[in-house]
Design a protein. Structure first.
Length: 217
C-alpha cells in the first residue's frame, strides 16, 4: 500500500491470502464486502482507497446460465472468503444453502451467518442438490490430484472455483457422472469484468477478456 500510494495506479486486484488483511488499509469499504469480510477489488477515488468484492458476481452469473436460483438447493464446500462471498450472494438470490467442509466448527459459523444448514461431507453424500459449489483450494495446482469427493458427487451441476488447473479432478469426475460442469475460469472472468467496470466506468469487453483467458488456461 505504501508503494501504491506513490504510483500512478487507479486500482488493483487482491487475491489469496490477502483479501481480509487488505481491509485494514482502506478508507471506504462497500457494505457487501464488509459483510463478507473480504475485499478483492481496490481503487482510488477522491484521494481515498476504496474496497469492494466482485466474487459475488463471479458466482451468480455463471450459475444463472444453468439454474434458477430462487429456492435452488446449493451445497457450498468450504467456509473461507470465497465461500462466504458465494453463500451471501446465493442466499440473497433466494437459494437454499447447505455448507460443508472438513472443519465443522467453521462450516457451522458460516451457516449461521447466512441462515443455512451445516453438514459433514459424509452427510452431504446422502443427499442430492441442484448444484455443488466447491470453494476450497483442494485440487489447485501444484496438487491437482486431490479431491474431496472420491465417489458419487451429490449434485446435478458442479461449479469448481479452482481455475488452475482448468480441468480439475472434481470436474473430471463430475463429467464422468453426467453432471453439468462450470469451470473456475468462468468465475474468474465475471469477477474481473466487474472489476474492469469499477476501475474504468466502461462496459467490460468480455469477448476480448475471454479470448485472452483461453490463451492462458
Amino acid at each position: 500500500m505504501a508503494l501504491a500510494a506513490n504510483l500512478p495506479v487507479a486500482g488493483f486486484s487482491v487475491t489469496l491470502p490477502h483479501k481480509q488483511r487488505i481491509m485494514r488499509y482502506l478508507d471506504v469499504i462497500e457494505p457487501t464486502a464488509k459483510r463478507i469480510g473480504a475485499v478483492n477489488t481496490v481503487w482510488r477515488k477522491a484521494g481515498k482507497w476504496r474496497g469492494a468484492n466482485t466474487d459475488t458476481e463471479g458466482v451468480i452469473k455463471p450459475l444463472t446460465r444453468h439454474l434458477r436460483l430462487p429456492h435452488a438447493s446449493i451445497l457450498i464446500v468450504g467456509y473461507g472468503g470465497a465461500a462466504r462471498a458465494a453463500a451471501l450472494a446465493l442466499a440473497n438470490a433466494g437459494a437454499e444453502i447447505t455448507i460443508t467442509g472438513r472443519n465443522m466448527i467453521n462450516a457451522r459459523s458460516l451457516a449461521q451467518a447466512v441462515r443455512a444448514e451445516a453438514v459433514t461431507i459424509k452427510q452431504a453424500l446422502t443427499g442430492r442438490f441442484d448444484a455443488l459449489l466447491h470453494a476450497t483450494p483442494v485440487g489447485m495446482s501444484p496438487r491437482p490430484n486431490e479431491c474431496l469427493f472420491n465417489d458419487v458427487i451429490p449434485a446435478d451441476i458442479v461449479f469448481d472455483m479452482v481455475y488452475n488447473p482448468h480441468e480439475t479432478l472434481l470436474l473430471t469426475r463430475a463429467k464422468e457422472q453426467g453432471c453439468t460442469t462450470i469451470h473456475g475460469s468462468d468465475m474468474l472472468l465475471e469477477q474481473a469484468a466487474c472489476q474492469f467496470e469499477i476501475w474504468t466506468g466502461e462496459s467490460a469487453p468480455r469477448a476480448a477478456m475471454r479470448a485472452a483467458l483461453q490463451k492462458n488456461v
